[in-house]
Design a protein around this ligand. Structure first.
Ligand SMILES: Cc1cc2nc3c(=O)[nH]c(=O)nc-3n(C[C@H](O)[C@H](O)[C@H](O)COP(=O)(O)O)c2cc1C
Length: 207
């Protein structure tokens, strides 16, 4: 199938309109089952090293589990506040939406018990494959006007225990998923002056 210029333009529009969404923007409107399925389908359509498809998605709606993850975040974020004590803005930042988002999705990497084609030299390719799934989900969610926020200020082992993950699983992403009151036009961390935008010429070298 050949796509049109219009299709490519639309794809770029979705890529550029994707935002990380935190608790201050989520609304409680439930997400339709078919939209969750579409987001997960996008995830499992990602490329993966040796076609190993090493992902597992844990959908979390249970309030008790969310409370335990939110406590985990609060504990880890207190440590982060110490690390960033020179930058007073850090304390003002809302960096998760665990309780506000109607659904949380833990995206896990389950290493294969056998050798994987393409992973014989570079050992992190399994985890990278799962990241590809996360990005697909993020973009599909945005195309459906659903927000996703990635939370990484967490004690991984405690999360794995709270969600009863299989032994050897790794937490790649903890996602907060829900409808939003609005999507920001640019990264909130840029707007708030935490980081500046890197230009294309700073990101590319030519040999
Ligand atoms: C691997 C990864 C981890 C992230 N962890 C967090 C996090 O713990 N808390 C948070 O508020 N945002 C987190 N983010 C979101 C980034 O802050 C966000 O993507 C960045 O500021 C750019 O903004 P945008 O996604 O809205 O364009 C994470 C993003 C990535 C890719």
């Amino acid at each position: 199938m050949n796509f049109t210029q219009e299709d490519a333009k639309k794809l770029l529009e979705i890529i550029k309109a994707r935002r990380d969404v935190r608790g201050n923007r989520f609304i409680s409107t439930p997400i339709e089952d078919e939209k969750i399925t579409a987001i997960l389908e996008a995830g499992i359509s990602a490329p993966s090293v040796g076609y190993s498809q090493p992902w597992k998605f844990v959908l979390i709606q249970d309030a008790k589990t969310k409370v335990s993850i939110a406590k985990n975040f609060a504990h880890e974020n207190a440590k982060a506040q110490e690390i960033f004590q020179e930058r007073s803005l850090y304390k003002e930042l809302k960096l998760e939406g665990i309780k506000e988002a109607p659904i949380n999705i833990a995206v896990l990497y389950e290493p294969s018990p056998k050798e994987v084609l393409g992973m014989t030299s570079m050992k992190k390719m399994g985890e990278y494959s799962v990241v590809c799934a996360v990005q697909n989900m993020w973009l599909m969610a945005r195309a459906l006007n659903i927000g996703i926020g990635w939370v990484s200020i967490l004690d991984e082992q405690k999360v794995l225990k709270a969600i009863q993950a299989k032994e050897h699983s790794q937490l790649v992403a903890y996602l907060c998923v829900g409808y939003v009151d609005k999507f920001y036009e640019q990264s909130e961390l840029k707007t708030l002056g935490w980081e500046r935008e890197k230009l294309l010429e700073e990101s590319v070298t030519y040999l």
